[in-house]
Design a protein around this ligand. Structure first.
Ligand code: CP
Ligand code: NVA
Length: 310
């Protein structure tokens, strides 16, 4: 179903396509653990354009391509002519002549859309200021591993800045029928259009989505509590100011008292201990959080195999 398609946003995927990605990710993870060869992209090349920093995304996509029998090229915008002003539409058409897929991490979401418009090979969004779909699909796989296959009805509470992760959680939870509550300061809510679109998607699955300002209200009886940095890439100059604004939104032991007894805490990493999450809470949930980091590899292998494979 996904063959030849782009993956720019979970909103663009059907409920069945989300399931297809999660199922294949699970299967590929099992194959890799069992040492079974799975060269689904033999002879294929992925270009990875990075206009922002990365540890997990870069290493998991590059290793993933290798494990699938293909290869990946790390293309920093510092080195590409793109970084010197070559238009995206020219870059897209040139790269389409050499590669089988392009992964891009950048600032404005419009840059990814422009790349996808002009490229005639699949484009995968590896984070924009608006969305981080690969991470949220990964998180859904990780929740299944820790809470069971049936995601419907599970409650996830997000506490912190309404950013690219929050926006993608709205889209992800809507597609799988989860309850999602985001607690953010009034002026730092997730994107209004994303919320509106996600609410429409939720009609199909029965997901319940809501936005509040009180962290306690959000985490009440939550099965999963999740947070992310208070200052995303590109917002470094606001970091000190944001630390003051978001101080009441820290995920700590006290806040978690209101959650379900078996609550798991997730974080896409990198984490800023003592800011959005305490050292104590992070380390107490390290098994889940590092499974989440590992699962980037398996989920992205599934995405690449489905979009770029034969
Ligand atoms: N979570 C995540 O995307 O990590 P990186 O920024 O290290 O890629
Ligand atoms: N919201 C964070 C996510 C990092 C993976 C950022 O955009 O920097």
């Amino acid at each position: 179903m996904l063959k030849g398609k782009d993956l720019l946003s979970i909103h663009d995927l059907s409920v069945a396509e989300v399931e297809e990605i999660l199922s294949l990710a699970k299967e590929l993870k099992a194959m890799q653990k069992a040492g079974v060869e799975h060269h689904l992209l033999a002879g294929k090349t992925l270009g990875m354009i990075f206009e922002k920093s990365s540890t997990r995304t870069r290493v998991s996509f590059e290793t993933g391509m290798y494990q699938l029998g293909g290869q990946a090229l790390f293309l920093s915008s510092r080195d590409l002519q793109l970084g010197r002003g070559e238009p995206i539409k020219d870059t897209a058409r040139v790269l389409s002549r050499y590669l089988d897929g392009i992964m891009i991490r950048t600032f404005g979401h419009d840059r990814v859309e422009e790349l996808a418009k002009w490229a005639d090979i699949p484009v995968i969004n590896a984070l924009t200021d608006l969305l981080h779909p690969c991470q949220v699909l990964t998180d859904l796989l990780t929740i299944r591993e820790h809470k069971g296959q049936n995601l419907k009805g599970l409650k996830m509470a997000y506490v912190g800045d309404g950013n690219n992760m929050t926006n993608s959680y709205l889209y992800g939870c809507a597609k799988v029928g989860m309850t999602f509550v985001a607690a953010t300061p009034e002026d730092y809510r997730p994107d209004a259009t994303v919320f509106e679109n996600a609410c429409k998607d939720a009609e199909e699955t029965g997901a319940e989505l809501s936005l509040v300002t009180d962290p306690q209200e959000a985490v009440k009886d939550a099965d999963i509590v999740v947070t992310d940095t208070w200052a995303s890439m590109g917002q470094e100059a606001e970091h000190e100011m944001r630390k003051k604004i978001f101080a009441p939104y820290q995920v700590n032991k006290e806040l978690l008292k209101g959650a379900d007894k078996r609550v798991i805490v997730m974080h896409c990493l990198p984490a800023y201990r003592g800011e959005e999450i305490t050292e104590e809470v992070l380390e107490a949930n390290a098994d889940v959080i590092f499974d989440e980091a590992e699962n980037r590899l398996h989920t992205q292998k599934a995405i690449m195999a489905l979009t770029m494979g034969d």
